[in-house]
Design a protein around this ligand. Structure first.
Ligand SMILES: Nc1ncnc2c1ncn2[C@@H]1O[C@H](COP(=O)(O)OP(=O)(O)OP(=O)(O)O)[C@@H](O)[C@H]1O
Ligand SMILES: [Mg+2]
Length: 273
């Protein structure tokens, strides 16, 4: 049986959504306690892009992601996913946080299967979906284990599987690799590029690392200090053709990536001033 939730890891077709923030502001608190977190955001993300958000702490990067996820509502403006205003969280948008946030009392497979379960998928269907997605993230044998039996990197892979199980058209990642050791982090960056190229999903990725931003992105949005707005919109590289997997040949040390890194470093320093 196939459902809207079924992952098609081998589909190779672009199915990422367009994401737009139009005149979006967000203020927390009211009256005299009101504090603007986002000055104003006007961003148009093309389907299949991998856009990195960088900027000083507290500038509103997580707030921007939470608005697209539907966890927060804008104070002003609109957030649109494929021309449809966001009205709350949905399976079309997968979210990965800095910490894996897996339920310790569920197996890894049941953690991944939770979204399909809440969406009404039967046991067999959701188990198959979860297993296929665990294979997609390189955890074919981890399904029966508990999260706490996995390494940090494996737990974060499981969290990525949980976000991907609904075959989201947008993947929202908030510093997903920041808590990992350097080697695991590099490996997961490469795996993310592979997953992204395979699924064609649009990715919004928050990071504090300009190295990570320059290596991963098609485009970088550098935020000003709080209240945040985009001060630099820097193109990094093209979106790969559907089905092409350029992740394998991407080189951290190539001169173009190094040059992007310097542009971003300068922009981030300037924005924090
Ligand atoms: N739910 C909330 N209630 C009140 N204030 C909030 C809330 N969420 C965020 N803020 C405030 O909004 C501002 C932006 O926060 P946000 O978490 O988006 O920043 P960030 O860029 O993700 O920072 P960091 O890099 O440290 O993660 C901060 O001043 C923060 O205190
Ligand atoms: Mg944040």
């Amino acid at each position: 049986m196939t459902t809207a939730l079924a992952p098609r890891p081998d589909a190779g077709t672009t199915h990422g959504a367009r994401v737009r923030l139009e005149g979006v502001t967000r203020t927390f608190g009211r009256g005299r306690d009101a504090r603007p977190a986002l000055a104003v955001l006007d961003v148009d993300v093309a389907p299949g892009e991998l856009v990195v958000l960088v900027g000083p702490s507290g500038c509103g990067k997580s707030t921007a992601l939470n608005l697209v996820a539907g966890f927060l509502e804008p104070t002003r403006g609109r957030v649109l996913v494929d021309d449809v205003p966001v009205r709350g969280p949905g399976v079309d948008r997968g979210v990965v946080f800095q910490q894996p946030r897996l339920f310790p009392w569920l197996t890894v497979r049941d953690n991944v299967a939770l979204g399909p379960r809440l969406a009404g998928a039967g046991r067999r269907e959701r188990t198959e979906l979860a297993q296929a997605t665990l294979e997609l993230v390189g955890l074919p044998d981890a399904g029966d284990r508990r999260p706490w039996e996995l390494s940090g990197g494996m737990q974060q892979r499981a969290a990525i599987a949980r976000a991907l199980v609904g075959r989201p058209r947008v993947l929202l990642m908030d510093e997903p690799f920041a808590a990992l050791d350097a080697l695991t982090r590099e490996r997961l960056q490469e795996e993310l590029l592979h997953l992204w190229a395979t699924t064609g999903t649009t990715v919004l990725f928050v990071t504090h690392s300009v190295d990570e931003a320059a290596f991963l992105g098609t485009r970088a949005l550098v935020f000003s200090a709080s209240p945040g707005r985009v001060v630099v919109d820097h193109r990094l590289r093209d979106v790969p053709a559907p089905g092409a997997d350029d992740a394998r040949d991407r080189d951290r040390d190539d001169p173009a990536t190094a040059a992007h890194r310097e542009v971003l470093r300068t922009a981030v320093r300037g924005s924090a001033a």
